[in-house]
Design a protein around this ligand. Structure first.
Ligand SMILES: [Zn+2]
Length: 482
């Protein structure tokens, strides 16, 4: 039986986080009333002329630089002609043979091993509007459909990967890494639910060891990480079955259906000549000066890879690094703790662990956390000086997150600090030993495990405020003296 190799390439459409649209001044706000953010330009009225959004160009340059692309000094907008009810002009303004960025790469880690995914190109284009179908999920079968043009002309970049991806897992990791990078750059909100980031996935199979690519299918607009993996698994299974049965793959555009977790055919794949591309006569070629590109390069924020390296050097585990880097505001919080004097590893333990879960419980984000980085650093200080045990610190943390008080204030109000005063503890230990002479004998006869029971009694007596390692030492010392 023929064994097949899977070849995957991905086109990611990312919505740029500009306030206004790509060629007009209308708002890009998500969720506004349908057809309120529109004007003659984005409605495609005759005679209305597009004016390019400078910020969108800046963002596209930032994406290119952050993905090690060659940012082109001249690029050209083209008309991509097709008819659909969500496209009032009858064409989409896109870039075709002269995109803004060429050739780059993004590294992913697959089971701990680095893999480089090539980026073919990045081009700028406008989004289409949105159709809302009644009586069916798709236009086929709908009784009627509504058109909302608020999204028409929203700025997008399309990032096209090389066919370097081999598994569904790699595909997911690639889109995750790409999303993370765009969100860190601050140029895309990465919100897949709202369609700010969507992936078109090209899948083909070829017999292992052969060079030529098989016929591919493209699954459009997959908008969650889980769906990306599932759509690919389903498409691999479908193609494998066809090829094994001696049938041919038809080049198609397909759609992923979450309900059945399979892909279904949308239309036979069009070729680029079907779109009758030609240069957009209403826009000049886009010319970027070296100086402008260099200015943007100098303003790029620290990217996830560089942050990960810094955290690794500071002793954080890979798990901690992953959690901290998931959202920029989490790593920003950690960085503020470090800047305020925290030992990175100690602060990370709380940021990833207890603080993370307490914030989730109270539905706070790191950005709006009621315990500030300075507050967390204060808490770490109380633990380090022995005033709080880990367990007590967790309770103090919860209070801080609920009330917005500083740890010092919470501790002062409750009077609950850890007992690390030896004299005070020895008195308690002696009392417990007197009350449990049989256990003391057991420990003396070598059953040191029985000391755990005595420790439990001391902790109970002190309401958990005693320092555990100190208690254990004192119990053993007191027994030895008897
Ligand atoms: Zn408009």
């Amino acid at each position: 039986m023929t064994v097949f190799e899977v070849v995957i390439g991905i086109e990611v459409h990312a919505q740029l986080k500009t306030n206004t649209k790509l060629f007009c001044g209308c708002s890009t706000q998500f969720g506004d009333r349908p057809n309120t953010n529109v004007c003659p330009v984005c409605l495609g009225m005759p005679g209305a002329l597009p004016v390019l959004n400078r910020r969108a160009v800046e963002y596209a340059i930032m994406a290119g630089l952050a993905l090690d692309c060659d940012v082109r000094h001249t690029s050209v907008f083209s008309r991509k002609n097709y008819f659909y009810p969500d496209l009032p002009k009858g064409y989409q303004i896109s870039q075709y043979d002269q995109p803004i960025c060429l050739g780059g790469h993004l590294d992913i880690r697959v089971d701990g091993v680095k893999k480089r995914i090539g980026i073919t190109r990045i081009h700028m284009e406008e989004d289409a509007g949105k159709l809302i179908h009644q009586g069916s999920d798709t236009i086929a079968g709908a009784t009627h459909s509504h058109v909302d043009l608020n999204r028409a002309c929203t700025p997008l970049i399309e990032i096209v990967s090389e066919p370097d991806i081999r598994t569904a897992q790699e595909a997911r990791l690639y889109v995750e890494a790409l999303r993370q990078r765009l969100v860190y750059l601050g140029i895309c909100d990465g919100n897949m639910d709202e369609g700010s980031l969507r992936a078109d996935i090209n899948v083909s199979l070829r017999p292992v060891g052969t060079e030529p690519f098989g016929t591919r299918t493209e699954t459009k607009n997959v908008n969650s990480f889980r769906s990306i993996e599932r759509a690919i698994h389903s498409e691999i299974a479908r193609q494998t079955q066809l090829l094994t049965a001696g049938e041919r793959i038809v080049q198609q555009t397909r759609q992923y259906d979450e309900a059945t977790q399979t892909t279904r055919v949308l239309r036979d794949k069009e070729e680029s000549h079907d779109y009758r591309y030609f240069p957009e006569p209403d826009l000049y070629p886009l010319v970027l000066t070296t100086q402008w590109i260099d200015t943007i390069r100098a303003m790029l924020p620290e990217l996830p890879e560089a942050k990960a390296r810094r955290y690794r050097d500071a002793g954080l585990s890979e798990f901690e690094i992953d959690v901290v880097l998931t959202e920029p505001e989490t790593s920003q919080y950690l960085d503020q703790c470090i800047a305020a004097g925290a030992v990175p590893k100690d602060a990370a333990k709380w940021v990833v662990g207890d603080l993370n879960s307490v914030l989730k419980e109270t539905k706070q984000s790191f950005k709006e956390s009621k315990i500030t980085p300075a507050g967390l650093v204060q808490l770490l200080g109380l633990i380090q000086s022995g005033k709080l045990s880990g367990k007590m610190a967790k309770e103090v943390l919860e209070k801080c997150v609920q009330t917005g008080q500083l740890p010092d204030a919470v501790v002062a109000a409750s009077g609950a600090t850890q007992i690390s005063d030896t004299g005070e503890l020895v008195a308690v230990v002696d009392r417990i030993l007197d009350a449990n002479l049989d256990v003391v004998e057991k420990v003396k006869s070598g059953k040191t495990n029985s000391a755990d029971f005595l420790m439990g009694q001391v902790m109970k007596e002190t309401q958990g405020r005693a320092k555990p390692d100190l208690v254990r030492r004192l119990i053993l010392e007191c027994i030895a003296r008897r």
